[in-house]
Design a protein around this ligand. Structure first.
Ligand code: 13P
Length: 287
């Protein structure tokens, strides 16, 4: 069922586990993630970046595909379709297109502006029954070869945003999108602890799930993280399996060039990654 992320994340926070947000790029990604969530009886969040939405020709296509798959594949576990790092306009478009959840990333605005825009979206999402994620303290990452360290959020600013009535909150705690550099200092549990103390029951979101060691993931869940985003790791698994298929010359054997055969190892590899994460996050059998 397509649902908002509110109930699944409140349950996760109370039950001390986390629900995975897996970003989708196309049909194969979506199908792989949904089938593993169903097989493991786990709630799941499908993340769509603005770029991925554009790639798939627009948000309406995404909504049609996801709703169609839920029906055709008999998916009974709770599924949220969520805009990842949305702009204000992107959120409005996704709300209109039928997403069940959106993230407004106002972390690059001065805090007053982040608060003002988030507040407007809280009202709209409440009225329409969508869950809303807000962000304080930017998530670092590699862009154009420049690696920025993740900025740590100010716990008081987190409280100000949480008090607006958002569903879940992403706070920067030294986490980074993509692969972590060798000299990465690790997550700041001190910041996470301070944020949780200020925000109480609010489910917290950990971005940049790729490459965070298992013990840090478990500690973060203990300190109130109830949603963990994974994107790059599925991309790497897909690329590696596809490369192997081609390098072994399988596309040149028989009908190995048929896209349904060519993309199958990559789709299976995504499944293996998602299975591993659901196991680690503890959301299996929590649907
Ligand atoms: P990774 O690509 O590092 O897994 O991060 C995903 C993410 O946080 C999406 O918002």
């Amino acid at each position: 069922m397509l649902v908002s992320a509110k109930e699944m994340l409140e349950k996760a926070k109370a039950g001390h586990y986390a629900v995975g947000q897996f970003n989708i790029n196309n049909l194969e990604w979506t199908k792989s993630i949904l089938s593993v969530a169903q097989e493991m009886n786990s709630p799941v969040i499908l993340g769509v970046s603005e770029g991925a939405g554009k790639y798939m020709t627009g948000y309406k296509t995404v909504v049609g595909m996801v709703k169609g798959m839920i029906e055709e594949m008999n998916i009974t576990v709770p599924v949220a379709l969520h805009l990842d790092h949305g702009s204000y306009d992107g959120c409005m478009k996704c709300i209109e297109a039928g997403f069940s959840s959106v993230m407004f990333d106002g972390s690059h605005y001065p805090i007053e502006e982040n608060i003002a825009k988030t507040k407007e979206l809280v009202a709209i999402c409440k009225e329409k029954g969508l869950s809303l994620e807000a962000e304080v303290g930017s998530i670092g990452g590699e862009e154009d070869g420049v690696v920025g360290a993740g900025e740590c959020a100010d716990p008081n600013e987190c409280k100000a945003i949480a008090d607006l009535g958002v569903t879940m909150l992403a706070a920067g705690i030294g986490n980074i999108h993509g692969k972590y550099p060798e000299n990465w200092k690790g997550l700041s549990f001190e910041t996470l602890d301070a944020v949780q103390q200020q925000t109480g029951e609010m489910p917290l979101v950990l971005h940049g799930g790729t490459g965070i060691p298992e013990d840090m993931i478990k500690k973060a869940i203990n300190l109130g993280v109830a949603k963990i985003n994974v994107n790059t790791e599925c991309q790497l698994s897909f690329a590696e399996a596809t490369r192997k298929y081609i390098e072994e010359g399988k596309d040149l054997q028989g009908k190995g060039f048929d896209p349904r055969k060519l993309l199958a190892p990559g789709a299976e590899a995504i499944k293996a990654t998602v299975r591993e994460k659901i196991e680690l996050f503890g959301s299996a059998n929590r649907a």
